[in-house]
Ligand binder design. Structure first.
Ligand code: NAI
Length: 337
């Protein structure tokens, strides 16, 4: 029986990188029936809603989705479809593993850490209003329930994956109530996992330490906004947004997507790096129990980058998206023959 997976190609470079990932997954031999949907600005024009109900229904039904990036208008226009999707389906945990790819040399040495970001509240609750002209209030919502749930997710993940330490990153010295609550929940949950080291850092210091001495970190636990920003920072430690995968996980389903956005500056040029979404696809295959195919794609990606030295421009190469994709497919054949 083929797996049924919801596919949202997305905006900007989305269609180019999802085509690449679908091609590579198909070449791995895993049978997937993709249910493809439009979301974002085009869906708003065509169906009057940037996140039409059938998309949500499909994910609820299939419980697994692969999603390309969706553009969010800056300053005005519709609210983020990404945020709405995560909130509507209660995909409360955003998991972003950040690792060096062998063969890609960076100034920061070997990095192997995981960002766990709370995905449903904080300043992303979208509660903003004008108090009086010239004064705007933006509400930061932090609850005991969501903070405890994400802390437990981080520790359960650490236990399952043999990770040694979870570091909560916060600004509880200034936001004593909101970040203070997040930190309290973290400490309470940490006490249930005595075998895993638990510590915390104030976010400004954490950012500096991440650049100076990233190896001290293992699992990072952050609220929504800090998690969003710090994920891009750590992506920069291993070669950029082109290679960092992610997953949005909840009880109702999981949506796999890259950390990066729709990259309008390079869209339509066949130069985007599909590796981040491909690695998200590898996470998805593991989630579906397709471990062999996941391992093959992961090995072929490393082989293509490090042995064959076929790389897209963001990694210093010259390969187009489609050439790089075909090089990975060829590597898969080579490695499995
Ligand atoms: P971005 O992540 O799209 O791009 C930042 C920089 O990284 C750009 O120079 C871009 O060319 C480069 N880049 C990103 N992905 C790349 C790839 N796969 N290969 C090579 N280079 C890559 O961030 P930006 O420009 O701030 O956001 C653009 C749009 O994407 C915005 O509308 C934003 O709201 C949206 N966005 C959507 C996300 C999602 O769907 N989950 C996540 C982040 C941003």
């Amino acid at each position: 029986m083929p797996h049924k997976v919801t596919l949202i190609p997305g905006d900007g470079i989305g269609s180019e990188i999802t085509a690449a990932v679908v091609r590579i997954i198909e070449a791995s031999g895993v049978e997937i029936e993709w249910e493809s949907f439009i979301a974002g600005a085009e869906a708003l024009t065509r169906f009057g809603d940037p996140l039409p109900e059938p998309v949500l229904e499909s994910i609820r039904h299939n419980k697994v989705a692969l999603k390309g990036p969706l553009t969010t208008p800056v300053g005005s226009g519709f609210a983020s479809v990404n945020v709405r999707l995560r909130k509507t389906l209660d995909l409360y945990a955003n998991l972003r593993p950040v690792r060096n790819l062998p063969g890609l040399v960076t100034p920061f040495g070997d990095i192997d850490l995981v960002v766990v970001r709370e995905n449903t509240e904080d300043l992303y609750s979208g509660l903003e209003h004008v108090v009086v002209p010239g004064v705007v209030e933006s509400l930061k919502i932090i609850t005991e329930k969501a903070s405890t749930r994400i802390a437990r997710f981080a520790f359960e993940y650490a236990r399952r994956e043999g990770r040694k330490k979870v570091t909560a990153v916060h600004k509880a010295n200034i936001m004593k109530l909101s970040d203070g609550l997040f930190l309290d929940c973290f400490r309470k949950v940490a006490a249930e996992y005595p075998e895993i080291q638990a510590d915390d850092k104030i976010i400004d210091n954490a950012c500096m330490q991440l650049v100076m001495k990233p190896q001290q970190f293992d699992v990072l636990l952050l609220e929504n906004l800090y998690g969003d920003i710090v994920s891009d920072l750590v992506a920069g430690l291993v070669g950029g947004l082109g290679i960092c995968p992610g997953a949005n996980i909840g009880e109702l389903g999981s949506v796999f997507e890259a950390v990066h956005g729709s990259a309008p500056d390079i869209a339509g040029k066949n130069i985007a790096n599909p590796t981040a979404l491909l690695q998200s696809g590898v996470m998805m295959l593991r989630h579906l129990g397709e471990r062999e195919a996941a391992d093959l794609i992961a090995r072929a990606t490393i082989y293509t980058l490090s042995e064959k030295k076929v790389r897209t421009r963001d990694l210093g190469g010259t390969a187009h998206t489609t050439e790089y994709t075909e090089a990975i497919v060829a590597s898969m054949k080579e490695l499995s023959s």
